[in-house]
Design a protein around this ligand. Structure first.
Ligand code: M6R
Length: 615
């Protein structure tokens, strides 16, 4: 998704901006650009594609002093929404070469504003919604307003979810910054200041960060930052000290970040577990605080992979705590008038803490009077700050667009919540809860054993890499894993893949089975495995290529499978309850190796963004 970076008051500003943009690359983008004030002119350089193209363009432009002379510079990575991928539509967008703006989000009422500006003589060069911003600034500056006044007037005209930074040749020592729903951070330096879409994009410059709140805007100068709230009153926002994450952007010897992140799971899972446990089996979660004083229905909302984690959470919480759980796609929840009958609290799940759909669902739940809890990976993110209570996954930075270690970390936290609720509402015997709590500590070594299956998974990947379409099947706790396996595969390999509940096949999807279509099933013995194997047999009889990833017992029952990948031997209950975490590993490895063999851009797949900050 789009990212913005700005530097004011520091020599080599444009160089620092480019470094910041590199840190935002993980979000996904399709063009990039920067604008700097240099030698009394506004110099804009933009290019399609990766940042290396922008860097090449920068080194070729005639003004060789751009890097050394500029003390004020803004930059952008664009993920196309309005208008195709082109240099014209890349940011910064300018007006009369005197104002430049970089913008994340969408100006919803841009068409009306654009028509008015055209009738006033402004010429539009792009198809973007953003271009109204520099022209509006220009209009108000020409009317005699200073930069702050001009910015205020611009904000009065626009609607939508956005974060932007503007600079002007007429006010060479000022940046105007504003946020509404989309995140933005201001970094404080010594006689210089910085702006970034997230703290990480500017942590090479400062560790003192201020997050603007919704509706805030700021005038940023090299030696001053003035912040105002939506009522135009001066606002004091907390300064947060962040630790620079050194070594963050290295692949540590792996070919891709995704591969590194898959193999980090045995390390990040114990990191996630430890704040929630006292000793071996005592869980430290204050359920009363989270709105679980009484036995109410819990609502969980999330998007993408985080939604599949929510699905698993529903199965666990209902089974272990006998507490009803409703799960909802965040993008659907926010536009409904949901009944909150019997509900006291909601839980949102988000790796980035910035998914706009999930943030809006959280706000919707808050307006409806629910206590809002969040499972979130990025501390200090908007969802982390806005939720009443946060439970952090400590998966570390996840750079690959595909969620891997953050998914298993979310599952671990959900399992811990399920156990805490099970204990509180005395659904299971204490000894049983204790047994399951002990399981949590054996997870890291179990995951490491699952990772040892890589070579077998690689050979399956090699075999299916040219398939046109792939079907994933699962039942019960492993149904969400079928959906997750299909999502992982399609997003990075671009092969069409669908996940189905195995029992649903005969209600329609079985029509998709034709000769050699790969059908992949995750399975562990749970007493119902015969049913799942019958579903697999039905696909086999219609010519599908059957790939079964299962425990020994299930494999014995499906001799017809073309590929049988046996998972390591685990205790029966452990294997059953924690199967979604265990099976996430082959699902991730399979997607990774198929994509790697196909030579796709594994870490930044086409059209996708790491944090989705538009609707
Ligand atoms: O940051 P979030 O967890 O809120 O992101 C939600 C989805 O956008 C995300 O899980 C997406 O589906 C991943 N690319 C899947 O690998």
């Amino acid at each position: 998704m789009c990212g913005v970076v700005a530097v004011i008051g520091k020599q080599y500003a444009s160089q620092f901006v480019v470094e910041g943009l590199k840190k935002l690359e993980y979000r996904g983008y399709d063009s990039a650009g920067i604008a700097s004030l240099c030698g009394g002119i506004l110099q804009t350089v933009k290019s399609e594609g990766k940042l290396t193209n922008l860097i090449n363009n920068l080194s070729q432009i005639s003004n060789a002093n751009l890097y050394s002379d500029s003390k004020i510079s803004i930059g952008h990575t664009r993920w196309a929404t309005h208008g195709n991928i082109s240099v014209e539509n890349a940011h910064p967008l300018t007006s009369e070469n005197r104002v430049a703006v970089v913008h994340n989000g969408i100006i919803e009422n841009y068409e009306n504003i654009k028509n008015n500006l055209i009738s006033e003589g402004y010429v539009f060069k792009s198809q973007t919604d953003t271009e109204v911003l520099p022209h509006l600034f220009m209009k108000y500056i020409k009317l005699g307003n200073n930069f702050l006044q001009a910015g205020r007037l611009v904000l009065q005209e626009i609607k939508g979810a956005f974060a932007f930074v503007a600079m002007s040749l007429d006010f060479p020592n000022e940046l105007f910054v504003s946020r509404n729903s989309s995140p933005i951070a201001i970094g404080l330096g010594d006689k210089c200041n910085f702006v970034g879409s997230d703290a990480r994009s500017i942590d090479h410059l400062t560790q003192k960060i201020i997050y603007l709140e919704d509706g805030d805007y700021a005038l940023v100068q090299s030696n001053d930052v003035e912040i105002f709230n939506k009522n135009e009153e001066k606002a004091n926002r907390k300064i947060i000290n962040i630790k620079a994450e050194i070594g963050l952007v290295t692949k540590g010897g792996y070919k891709h970040f995704m591969e590194k992140e898959i193999f980090e799971q045995p390390v990040v899972i114990p990191q996630t577990i430890s704040p929630f446990m006292n000793g071996i089996s005592e869980i430290k979660i204050d359920l009363n605080k989270f709105g679980f004083k009484n036995k109410n229905t819990l609502l969980i909302a999330a998007a993408g992979t985080s939604y599949y984690a929510a699905m698993v959470g529903k199965y666990w919480i209902e089974h272990i705590a006998d507490l009803p759980v409703i799960i909802d796609l965040a993008s659907e929840y926010r536009y409904r008038k949901p009944s909150i009958f019997g509900q006291a609290a909601m839980l949102v799940i988000s790796q980035s803490g910035e998914s706009l759909d999930t943030l809006m669902a959280l706000r919707h739940g808050k307006e409806l009077g629910l206590i809002t809890n969040a499972i979130v990976n990025v501390e200090g993110s908007t969802i982390d700050r806005e939720a009443d209570f946060s439970l952090h996954t400590r998966a570390g930075s996840e750079i690959g667009v595909a969620s891997t270690k953050s998914f298993t970390s979310q599952l671990v936290v959900l399992f811990i919540i399920a156990l805490a609720l099970g204990k509180k509402f005395k659904n299971f015997k204490l000894s049983q809860i204790q047994k399951y709590s002990n399981y949590i500590h054996t997870l890291p070594s179990a995951i490491a054993r699952m990772l040892n299956m890589e070579n077998e998974i690689k050979s399956v990947a090699h075999n299916i890499k040219n398939a046109k379409s792939i079907i994933f099947l699962g039942r019960g706790l492993l149904y969400p894993l079928a959906l997750e396996g299909a999502l992982k595969l399609k997003e990075i390999s671009y092969i069409h893949a669908e996940g189905f509940a195995a029992g649903e096949m005969k209600h329609g999807p079985i029509a998709l089975i034709e000769d050699q279509v790969p059908v992949i099933m995750f399975l562990v013995s749970d007493g119902n495995e015969d049913k799942a194997i019958s579903n697999l047999q039905e696909a086999f009889s219609r010519g599908a290529q059957i790939i079964l990833i299962a425990d020994k017992e299930c494999i014995k029952k499906a001799p017809f499978a073309h590929f049988k990948i046996e998972i390591p031997n685990f205790e029966t209950d452990f294997k059953y309850f924690l199967s979604p975490i265990l099976m996430a590993i082959p699902a991730q490895l399979l997607a990774y190796h198929v994509a790697n063999e196909r030579g796709t851009d594994v870490d930044q797949p086409r059209n996708l963004a790491k944090s989705v900050t538009v609707e």
